[in-house]
Ligand binder design. Sequence first.
Ligand SMILES: Cc1cc2nc3c(=O)[nH]c(=O)nc-3n(C[C@H](O)[C@H](O)[C@H](O)COP(=O)(O)OP(=O)(O)OC[C@H]3O[C@@H](n4cnc5c(N)ncnc54)[C@H](O)[C@@H]3O)c2cc1C
Length: 509
Amino acid sequence: MSQPKRIIVIGSGFAGLSAATSLADKGFAVTIFEKNEMPGGRARIFQAEGFTFDMGPSWYWMPDVFETYFARFGKKPSDYYNLVRLDPSYSVIFGPDDAIDLPADFNQLKQLFESIEPGSGGRLDEFLRQAAYKYEVGIHKFVWKPSRSITEFMSPRLLYDVLRLDVFQSFASHVRKFFSNSKLLQLVEFPILFLGATPENTPAMYSLMNYAEMTMGTWYPMGGMHEIVKGMVSLAEEKGVQILLNHTVEHIEVVGRSARRVITDKGSFAADVVVAGADYNHVETNLVDAEFRNYSDTYWQKRVMAPSSLLFYLGVNKRVPRLRHHNLFFDEDFTLHAQEIYETPRWPSRPLFYVSAPSVTDPGVAPPDCENLFILIPVAPDLDDPEETREHYFNLVMDRLETYTGVTIRNHLIYKRSYAHRDFKTDYNAFRGNAYGLANTLFQTAFLKPGLKNKRLNNLFYTGQLTVPGPGVPPSLISGLVVADEVAKDFASNHLKPNKPLTPQTSQA
Ligand SMILES: Cc1cc2nc3c(=O)[nH]c(=O)nc-3n(C[C@H](O)[C@H](O)[C@H](O)COP(=O)(O)OP(=O)(O)OC[C@H]3O[C@@H](n4cnc5c(N)ncnc54)[C@H](O)[C@@H]3O)c2cc1C
């Protein structure tokens, strides 16, 4: 390349940072425009009253994907943050006097299964042996496919793999071949529930999540999940990426069949390629003219969304007993909660919820002798979320949390903030206030997901949790790398020929 081509990336979430870093590494001149004052998207942090709160992700799974990411650039996660493995991995609460800690050690985990359902320890081995294959094929092969065409999946070897991945069998029926005890079923099904669809509607392939969780472990970057973002930002800047915070993209201007300028609230900038890492629907609906959209409003309305979330960030002025780092409150009927998310979307009657207490592991995220709590209630997308509703759920979960821990918490709060649909919309332009994108259903997998390339413009690409491979931190990292490879491929094959002489330098309007 004689003169570096200018690439504009919209959004500095995991996917935008990943795409930008990889493109800069390939020799492009990359600028990220981020509307918020901090990079990281859904994985931002905020500080209040001496507490540091991670705003979104809290589970660090699939450490190999993070290693692969940093290794692309000759780095390791440990160059940027300090990971510790959690033990127990997490705790599941079935009732006030009924909780199970999941040990990190696999033999102890098998013994635990055996003690709940005789014979299930051995069956866990077989379940995970099959899941290991799915992880190997799913995470090392399939998720790296750009899925621009079904033909990518047409080789005899891949078709064989697809069949062995159990994509046509539901997760629910698959796990019932191995376990029948209701507690074990809930333990095995939980990663699916929190990531976006019912076990009945999720392909059995996603037992790869169980493999990741049970054999590779649950980890935590000391300082919080945002440490990953800080590491990625350092790496991006090392590669020459320019990150412009507080720059909201308002329009993508098209000439002929190419995106040519990106109009922000701070000025307009020329581009040879645009990679949109902001919420896909927002880009389609608000940033490009209707004639250049990939998908109609009807298409978007038919998508099955993963749940949104009602969140609480709480600073408690004392330690809270019985809590582990990750605590899943499965003390209510999941079937009802799932119906109220997916079938008849409404505020749930008796929801399950999740509590993260990172201060159990990390003294740095709370003042001395205090507890940092993050509470997540999965709820249907697109609900109205007035203060009274949030407060109703706050009291509902507090009643259960206080009963379980045996202490009062409400009287000991020195910080409290809630976060739900309208915040997701305001902060991230999130379609229907989604928290983590599309549900992982069969008909929203691979080439059936919103595509990573605009079909009408030769130089507009998409990355992030609403395109391939899907939601979650590891898939978002992969999404950025995959799209960067596609951009480079299109340049190499000359698909990205400009219509007009290029303006290679950023120019303010
Ligand atoms: C509450 C919650 C809990 C989660 N828990 C986990 C977990 O434990 N483990 C896990 O692996 N995953 C988890 N996830 C999912 C994971 O966080 C996401 O899948 C991932 O962060 C998505 O990254 P992204 O880059 O696709 O999108 P985003 O993080 O949303 O990044 C998009 C960026 O684009 C910016 N943007 C939007 N519009 C514009 C515009 N017009 N101009 C400029 N910038 C714009 C936004 O501000 C944002 O910074 C969780 C998500 C949430 C919300």
